[in-house]
Design a protein around this ligand. Structure first.
Ligand code: ADP
Length: 158
């Protein structure tokens, strides 16, 4: 069984993340999307809220599991029996950081490979950070996030 771990902050999860996840789920037998607990510092949503919102957003995809983890991604991947870390690329600006991360992970464990999927052009500019900015300035984020995230954030403001 080919298992991939898709780690990230997902603060909040966006349509761009879901696009990468769906493509990953077509390639691998199982994809575990996992919120890094070390991203709690200065976060917008709690890890539990992020996990819950991802769960609601992916409930229709059969071979996806949602989790959170502490510590190193490669240790978590090993614990899950995954040989692949899945990451998304939007633009050249993501590349340098992602390359460093991937090379650091390979140096720590050669058994685990990082595979990158490139997002669709329409999701290119979507980042959790941009969405937070738009939301905090009362802009409409409905086009950029899954329905569950939109509803949650709408109610959070009330
Ligand atoms: P991190 O804090 O680990 O960078 P993020 O939640 O920001 O976590 O992103 C997780 C992964 O998803 C990263 O590989 C990031 O490049 C990718 N990603 C983020 N937004 C998009 C998007 N709109 N399209 C495709 N990939 C994305």
């Amino acid at each position: 069984m080919k298992i991939a771990v898709y780690p990230g902050s997902f603060d909040p999860v966006t349509k761009g993340h879901i696009d990468i996840l769906k493509n990953g789920a077509e390639i691998f037998d199982k994809v575990i999307i996992a919120v890094a607990r070390n991203s709690e510092k200065n976060a917008f949503l709690t890890v539990d809220e992020r996990v819950q919102l991802i769960k609601e957003s992916v409930k229709d995809i059969e071979n996806v599991e949602v989790d959170s983890f502490d510590g190193l991604t490669i240790e978590y991947a090993k614990k899950c029996g995954a040989k692949v870390i899945l990451r998304g690329l939007r633009a050249v600006s993501d590349f340098e950081y992602e390359m460093q991360l991937s090379q650091a992970n390979s140096a720590l464990s050669n058994d685990i490979k990082t595979i990158f999927l490139i997002t669709k052009p329409k999701y290119n500019f979507i980042s959790s950070r941009t969405i937070k900015e738009i939301y905090l300035n009362n802009g409409d984020i409905s086009k950029f996030v899954p329905e569950a995230v939109y509803e949650f954030l709408k109610n959070k403001k009330l």
